[in-house]
Ligand binder design. Structure first.
Ligand code: BGC
Length: 439
């Protein structure tokens, strides 16, 4: 009998996370397709056929079986489900039913996100989540989803990372609609998504008693770059808004000043959460952009920290396993089950991914041992994916992907994850081997 010092509970969920636009290929009816056609992808091109899931997700579900996964997170594409306002597609439902059935047949519990950054072009044209009707439109979509897939799915993620969606789209100009420094709009979008979450939460529970409805939030460790008041204040601002925005709404606690004056209140979302997904990757250093208004400035990745692939124009971020425990501790006050719903690193050469995988899991296990209600880990991701504005430059897969031939090749991390899952824990020699980040 092998001694596994860092062991996990028997019912722990081992998974990978994916999303529709990044994996399916051929999504041309959403706002990201327009963004791609406008030439906004730094590595050029667009999602193209991505990982070809619309034709053949089954090939990758086989890889999931090989790894021994008992869970997977996918998203369904609103623009396939409702390509034109109030016109619903039966063929989209059929294909999603196939994919979900195939995953279940391979022993995986399937978590389904309803919104992972993309939505129909017609919805964007109305103003996206700035439109007062957006929560109502999202409620209809949730109803359609649960009525057509509810016999196969009981775990719903309403939104992926409203904090990233709102800040990248309305503060940093990185995502459509590409607005810059519009703090008021970002806060309205964020609160609109929180209201939409509440509407969908009620709808899903009405249609499917006993269902689990959560959302996934991104959490970043922000660190003052210098020991001065300005840097520390900016850290508090990022922390309050980016890290704790969803938490404040769900706990019905005031958003800290000065944002409280600008952030619309959403009392109906309080307490409407059955689990929380934590998407945890990075630490960012914060340097106050003196003389500039609050905006994209100030976030900084030192050159000497562990990091993987560099983006086309900027560093992706510091790979930082301790963000796992920071996020778990921060979100524990919700009192609901927690999943690490994304964790990974862009790393074409698989140079630091094994270290990140082992140490993120070590952090998670530590939190579980401390009594935190953590129930699963979903790696981002199974194969290299279309990485939004960076395009195909950043490589997140346990398996590499050649987009042209659709050939997959296992990176060493795939075997490492397979072994950890088979052992339900991390062997001592593995812990020792990956104790330090590779230089
Ligand atoms: C997003 C994914 C993305 C990943 C890696 C997350 O914030 O949910 O869509 O691919 O980060 O950057």
């Amino acid at each position: 009998m092998l001694a596994i010092p860092a062991s996990f509970p028997d019912d722990f969920l081992w998974g990978v996370s994916t999303s529709s636009h990044q994996f399916e290929g051929g999504n041309t009816l959403n706002q990201w397709h327009d963004w791609e056609r406008a030439g906004r992808i730094r590595s050029g091109g667009g999602c193209g056929s991505a990982c070809d899931w619309w034709q053949n997700a089954e090939r990758d579900l086989d890889l999931c079986s090989h790894l021994g996964l008992n869970a997977i997170r996918i998203s369904i594409e609103w623009s396939r489900m409702e390509p034109a306002f109030a016109h619903w597609s039966d063929s989209a439902v059929l294909r999603y039913r196939q994919i979900i059935r195939e995953a279940r047949r391979r022993g995986m519990r399937v978590f389904v996100s309803l919104h992972h950054f993309t939505h129909p072009r017609w919805f964007e044209a109305r103003g996206g989540f700035l439109d007062a009707q957006a929560p109502e439109l999202f409620r209809h979509y949730a109803k359609r989803a649960v009525r057509s897939l509810g016999d196969l799915v009981t775990d719903w993620v309403t939104f992926n990372e409203p904090n990233v969606y709102a800040s990248f789209g309305y503060l940093f100009g990185e995502f459509p609609p590409g607005r810059l420094n519009e703090l008021n709009s970002a806060l309205s979008v964020f609160s609109g998504m929180m209201r939409a979450h509440a509407f969908a939460y009620d709808m899903l529970h009405r249609e499917q008693p006993g269902t689990n409805v959560g959302l996934a939030t991104n959490y970043v460790v922000f660190e003052p770059a210098r020991d001065n008041v300005l840097d520390r204040q900016l850290v508090s601002a990022y922390d309050a808004l980016f890290n704790r925005g969803a938490l404040s709404y769900l706990l019905d606690e005031p958003i800290p000043l000065p944002f409280a004056m600008m952030a619309p209140s959403v009392p109906e979302v309080a307490g409407k959460i059955d689990f929380i997904g934590l998407n945890v990757y990075n630490r960012l250093h914060v340097r106050a952009p003196l003389g500039e208004k609050f905006g994209p400035g100030g976030l900084h990745v030192p050159g000497d920290v562990p990091q993987g692939d560099h983006g086309v124009a900027a560093a992706y971020g510091e790979a930082y396993p301790k963000v796992v425990s920071a996020a778990v501790a921060a979100y524990a006050p919700l009192g609901c089950p927690m999943y690490v719903m994304e964790n990974g690193v862009p790393d074409r050469e698989d140079r630091i991914r094994p270290w990140l995988l082992v140490n993120s899991l070590r952090e998670l296990r530590h939190m579980w041992q401390q009594g935190y209600d953590v129930r699963g880990y979903f790696h981002w991701s199974l194969v290299d994916n279309f990485e939004w504005s960076e395009g195909w430059r950043l490589r997140f897969g346990l398996y590499s992907l050649d987009e042209a031939t659709q050939q997959r090749i296992a990176r060493p991390s795939a075997e490492l994850y397979r072994q950890i899952i088979a052992d339900k824990g991390i062997r001592r020699e593995t812990l020792e081997r990956y104790e330090n980040a590779p230089a």
